[in-house]
Write a protein that binds this ligand. Sequence first.
Ligand code: ADP
Length: 610
Amino acid sequence: MQIINSIRAFLKPDPKGPWDVVARLFREGWRKYLPGYAIASFFMVFVAGTTALTAWIIGDVVDQVFIDRSVTQLIILATAVVVISSIRGISMYGSTVALARTGNAVVADMQKRVYDHVLNLGIAYFDKTHSSMLITAVSNRAGSASAVLSTVLTSLVRDLLSVVGLVTVMIIKSPWLSVVVIVIGPLALFGVGRLVHRIRSVARSEFAGMQQIIASMQETAIGIRVVKAFNLESAMRTRMTSSIESVRRRGNKISQIKARTSPLMETLGGFAVAGVILWAGYATIYEGQKPGAFMSFITAILLAYEPAKRLANTRVGLERNVVGVRFVYDILDTPATMDTNPDGPDLEITAGEIRFDDVNFGYRKKKLVLRDFKFQAEGGKVTALVGPSGGGKSTIMNLIERFYDIRSGTITIDGQDISKVRIASLHDQIALVSQHTTIFRGTIRENIRFGRPSATDEEVETAAKNAMAHDFIMATPDGFETELEEGSGLLSGGQLQRLAIARAMLRDAPIILLDEATSSLDSESEHQIQVAFERLMAGRTTIVIAHRLSTVLGASKICVVEDGKITESGRHAELLAAGKRYARLYQLQFQDHPTDDDDEEGEPKVASVG
Ligand code: ADP
């Protein structure tokens, strides 16, 4: 009964078992990978066939060469052995290569699919997902897909056919002995079902540990300054060590569980072979039977041992990889909740006026960040947002970009609801300059060109000149061809900002969203950035989160954003005269700010201009 249960557990389509994942892998890829797997299977059939033939031919060798002493048979059989071995060798090669190629194609496709899907997910998904999870998904977990497919194929085609072939040899050569072996054989499955469950939970925590290792490494690399400045080395080391150790322990555990099937199979195999030898020896010695059939039989048992063991281990081996594939499927199944209106109308800009009407929005379910929010930015003018941190200024920017969908109300640009237009056309009309310039791997030229990938070299250079970036770019080792890398530290904060402005200039969009850096710069950079900003904003609708006095002075309208509301708005002088919130903020934030206060004529504190 126990055995039957074990066999049933082994084959049962347990909803959490590997078969749903395996079925999905085949369902999604069978059309594309069928040729590859068909070629691999074709060769595997030959591998299995030649394995069985080897066992078969041993009997003939013993009977016809050693007992009958036939020279003709000797030559024929020797030639046959050479032919069989060659076919087997070539088939092994063919199946291994075909399997590996198809497996690599599966992994590559999986990686592309995950990346495509992740690109389409809304910002909200990234808010709640650690990047290490996405990294592990495209690195080691995508590899699990090919491991699952090749395990299944190798087991079901090569190993199963080999076992079937060898059992056939056994039955033909000695039906009675076969009955005994075939009864003992399934005993081996006993216990395997129980291992499956354990390995699944261990595999899951092994993957989780791997992700922690990547996360720790990533955090350390990104935050190395903080780590060093706060003497966090030993704390970080402890975290890392514990993740590494946990992965090591899980790895050991998995190997141990997998290996546990060996003693079982080994012992049973020994019993089977010993029994056959006793029987065969008896029949040969006392009843004068030719030993060939028994030799074939024993060879078949010995050859069947490995594939049978692998077959018994299939589930156990699958579990580990299925955990990885399931994880990737979880990402692929995350719905892209935002409707990007791929077939919607394009946003047409006339004046560039942006309006928020009774907008309600919150990042999390419970808390509203903007409540019945009303806001208007006049076309072609500069609107400055000021206010305490956490008031909602960045949120306004996020919503204009439609990084998140609002709960109610409307956001329109020139009367067109931004949730109704094709989202790519919305982004085409907006240039975003954030506080932190994102550097992508590549040259300075390529980095600026991200503003508009179709721009010519001249356009890139003109944009750099207008953004006051040309001089410092030419001073780098290879000018525009200097390679940049995230965190390379080659460029200063002010230079990075001007690079971002150059990108925005190149984009030449009618709407500019600008988040000024809070960190103060040296006065030369300050001045150059101010010039660059002024050129960028000229004639465009600009919404700027202002941290610099010159910006608020130049704005056509200043909005004070506090606690998700606009509490005051107007021009600098009016608001200052009103003596309310803005006046207080002004005292706190701008008055002592080391910017070129009275720089309207472009002079005083600035030492030199490029
Ligand atoms: P400001 O730019 O004025 O400093 P924000 O717009 O960044 O203010 O933040 C407004 C509120 O929204 C804050 O309470 C902040 O905690 C919250 N918030 C901002 N971004 C997120 C986010 N990605 N997920 C959850 N809450 C957020």
